[in-house]
Design a protein around this ligand. Sequence first.
Ligand code: HEM
Length: 182
Amino acid sequence: MIFALPARVLHWTMAVLILAMLFVGVGMVATVAERHAWLLAIHKPLGLAIFVLAIVRLAVRLRHPPPPLPPDLPPLQRIAALLSHWLLYALMIAMPLIGWAMLSAGGYPVMLASDLRLPAILPENATAFAWLRAAHGAFAYLLFLTILAHLGAALYHGLIRRDGVLDAMLGRVRRGSPRGEE
Ligand code: HEM
């Protein structure tokens, strides 16, 4: 079995978008030059696009359950897969919401384009802004680390165990592997 086509398209599209977002975010806070405003103008709409795609993805996941993991996968790895996948969903939804809430609490307008302003989702409050700003940075590191672990696990399945798990997300059917049978 392989992942449903919408699940695969969303997975690879969001992988590119989220990696770009992490680098845009880090680049943005590392500069006070003119490009800061330019990077922030990319960061906000892209972050909100990720939020919308994450909701769609959650709906796709509930509608099309993923192929089962190989039956011989050790229980600890099975638990790690489950927890890390739900952590990724939680962070994909929390990061944009925290960014939006943080700007609202700071009293900054959340502009998607020069004439498209989103409503504030929190009242102005300097303490809330400070907490949310710190949380946005800390969760970004957690997201980075979870993505690295996820990448490591994908390579372990694809290159060492060769059990069809990576093929299922690449859309390749591998004969003779638990996930590779259509
Ligand atoms: C998946 C979505 C998102 C990711 C992965 C992400 C990632 C990041 C990262 C890595 C940073 C730098 C953190 C640091 O080192 O302190 C950052 C900063 C920031 N993000 Fe996001 N972000 C996301 C969504 C959003 C959204 C939706 C908004 C606003 C609507 C937003 C607004 C900001 C702002 C204002 C900063 C700080 C800029 C500064 O201090 O110069 N982010 N983000």
